[in-house]
Design a protein around this ligand. Structure first.
Ligand SMILES: [Zn+2]
Length: 278
């Protein structure tokens, strides 16, 4: 738990999934990335699914919600999904008043719902009363996905949103005093990254713009990104702002370094400086 101006911030890991290491590191050769993250026998590496929790007095914000616990056996096996039960650490989804979804890929938004016990495939909402914030352009994208991204969306996520208290955002918006979302289009069209300001600095949640701390290196992107050239420009802008403002940056999928500050290294590149415990 960390105080930031009027807010109290913390992180929760909603569990793990395992994706192909080559897809996670794009053009980075395996001889490099396997030294940072050892792959399993299927060439997969573990991804955490950190949520940022922001306590703001009467309101409690949660940024992204993990994979959820509704996975059919086949997909559970492919991605080795290990979702963490809310009861395990006493996490109460009912305490969350506002859920900000960076984008609707299954590892970020699947946790909006659970399987309804005793039914074939019906769902129940994990946050039935909360406001759910999604960029309008991204919702449109998820309703009509391009072939590159289609596998990343679950149809039931849209069903869950239809039953939710949905708030559509557009571009950069302050959704609460001190909490701002920003649009990015490089990883997927209409991703929103989140900036929480307080005490003269900020904590930022770039989501899949920078999934692991290793991706702070500007050229390292993922095979999943839809527009790498755009992502590089957006990421460079983000990193420059984070460095200038001495922000703490959350790496949503990093199992080892969940949050860190940045520095410029002796070659002039932006790099991870010190780990931060949230
Ligand atoms: Zn992701």
């Amino acid at each position: 738990m960390k105080a930031l101006g009027p807010f109290r911030l913390s992180l929760r890991n909603n569990g793990f999934l395992h994706l192909d290491g080559g897809a996670m590191f794009g053009t980075v050769p395996k001889v490099m990335w396997e030294k940072w993250m050892a792959p399993d026998g299927e060439n997969r590496i573990p991804l955490a699914t950190w949520s940022l929790l922001v306590d703001a007095g009467e309101r409690r914000f949660m940024v992204d919600v993990g994979t959820g616990a509704h996975w059919p056996e086949k997909l559970r096996r492919i991605y080795a999904v290990e979702s963490r039960p809310d009861a395990e650490d006493g996490f109460d989804p009912g305490s969350v008043t506002d859920v900000v979804i960076s984008h609707l890929h299954f590892d970020h938004a699947g946790g909006l719902f659970a399987r309804k016990p005793g039914t074939e495939g019906d769902i129940e909402l994990r946050f039935p009363k909360a406001k759910i914030y999604v960029q309008a352009a991204h919702l449109e994208n998820a309703r009509h996905p391009n072939p590159h991204e289609r596998m990343s969306f679950l149809r039931k996520t849209l069903t869950a949103l239809d039953r939710s208290n949905l708030v559509l955002t557009e571009g950069s918006e302050e959704i609460f005093p001190g909490i701002r979302v920003h649009r990015s289009d490089g990883h997927t069209r209409g991703l929103q990254w989140v900036e929480v300001r307080g005490g003269g600095t900020a904590v930022a949640f770039p989501s899949d713009m920078i999934p692991f701390s290793h991706h702070v290196a500007l050229p390292y992107t993922m095979g999943y990104d839809i527009n790498v050239e755009k992502l590089l420009a957006e990421k460079e802008d983000f990193l420059n702002r984070a460095l200038a403002g001495d922000w703490t940056v959350v790496f949503e999928h990093d199992p080892d370094v969940a949050a860190a500050r940045l520095k410029r290294d002796d070659k002039g590149r932006i790099a991870v400086s010190s780990f931060v415990n949230l």
